[in-house]
Design a protein around this ligand. Structure first.
Ligand code: FDP
Length: 334
């Protein structure tokens, strides 16, 4: 890419284009990106910054919180609460919604985030990230948890930032997917890919194979067929890649294709899945669809799900379209 386009310039140009993002949404995205820069710097310090390891606390889902989960959560709240573009926030790490305090002006947007996805990879220096999703607050006085319970197809912006060998921010405002790489010397995100596309076919899958014995029949069938390679019904070999941070696995899929599976399984049958609909599945599903891929629960398009509660979990299959459609077909046939 010859001319360097910063995230700021990209967003200003998106704002100028008719029907694209309003000024308040542009501001919001810039603030989220700034918060991601701070989180990236903190992650980079690692043991030197005293930020590794766990706290004594658990989040609402009963998971032990890492120090960085809490730090990233605070960074995102502090950065976003005063700008006047938000009405409230919700986070995987907080029980209820966080309403913008009265001392600040209230905006029309709702921000949701998983402040640090892939927590179990923090201490071992493997890629982790921040995932975010933006909705418009429905009309009416005040803000209620209910206002967040909108299907994913109503998102107005979604993205993530991966803290890996490079820090990359990937974003959609409903007009394709763009990727920005953090230039540390300059301190700004620079556009490094536009119109990212997920190829419809792939020979790579991402799943936690240790759960195989707990899967449902359609998932077992799909993976069994992949594993049979050239001599099986698929007639081709498959490779497996599993980082174990959804944000990094999805980033690979957006970059070169593949399919990601985190299905419902029999370990805790009453739970619809492990991943969270509002903070993980919806933003990733929209990004993947915007890049020409597909995202399904196996039975339904993820973006059409009506959330029943803030911390709802869901079964997730996303990535290369033909593979996701095949998995959905196997669910239909089961
Ligand atoms: P983590 O528990 O490390 O935070 O949703 C969280 C997540 O990571 C995803 O990023 C990842 O895909 C998945 O859980 C991995 O979970 P398991 O190791 O339990 O399979």
């Amino acid at each position: 890419m010859n001319k360097r386009i910063s995230l700021t310039r990209y967003l200003v140009e998106q704002q100028r284009m008719e029907g694209h993002i309003p000024a308040q949404l542009r501001l919001l995205l810039e603030v989220v990106a700034r918060a991601c820069k701070r989180i990236s710097l903190t992650v980079n310090k690692g043991a030197l910054g005293g930020v590794l390891g766990s706290t004594e606390s658990e989040n609402i889902q009963g998971e032990m919180q890492k120090k960085l989960d809490i730090i990233a959560n605070e960074v995102l709240i502090e950065a976003n609460e005063w700008g006047g573009h938000l009405a409230a926030m919700a986070s995987e790490e907080m029980d209820g919604i966080y309403i913008v305090p009265n001392r600040y002006p209230q905006g029309e947007y709702l921000l949701m985030f998983d402040p640090l996805d892939g927590s179990s990879n923090i201490d071992v220096n493997v890629s982790i990230g921040t995932i975010f999703s933006v909705l418009v607050k429905p009309d009416g006085q005040g803000v209620l948890e209910q206002d967040f319970l909108q299907p994913g197809h109503q998102q107005v912006a979604a993205g993530y930032c991966v803290f890996g060998p490079q820090t990359t921010l990937v974003l959609t405002v409903g007009d394709g997917v763009a990727m920005f790489t953090l230039d540390r010397e300059q301190g700004s995100f620079i556009l490094t890919a536009e119109n990212m596309r997920v190829p419809a076919d792939t020979q790579e899958f991402a799943v936690n194979m240790s759960n195989q014995r707990h899967w449902d029949t359609p998932v077992k069938r799909y993976i069994d067929e992949c594993l049979q390679g050239t001599t099986g019904p698929r007639g081709k070999d498959f490779n497996m890649r599993w980082v174990g941070s959804m944000v990094a696995d999805v980033h690979r899929i957006l970059t070169r294709g593949g399919v990601f599976l985190y299905p419902w399984d029999k370990r805790e049958p009453e739970k619809p899945g492990k991943l969270r609909l509002m903070y993980e599945a919806n933003p990733m599903a929209w990004l993947i669809e915007q890049a020409g891929g597909a995202a399904s629960t196996g039975k339904q398009r993820i973006l059409d799900l009506q959330p029943g509660k803030l911390h709802e979990r869901v079964s997730v299959f996303l990535g290369s379209k033909n593979e996701v459609e095949r998995i959905a077909r196997y669910h239909g046939e089961a």
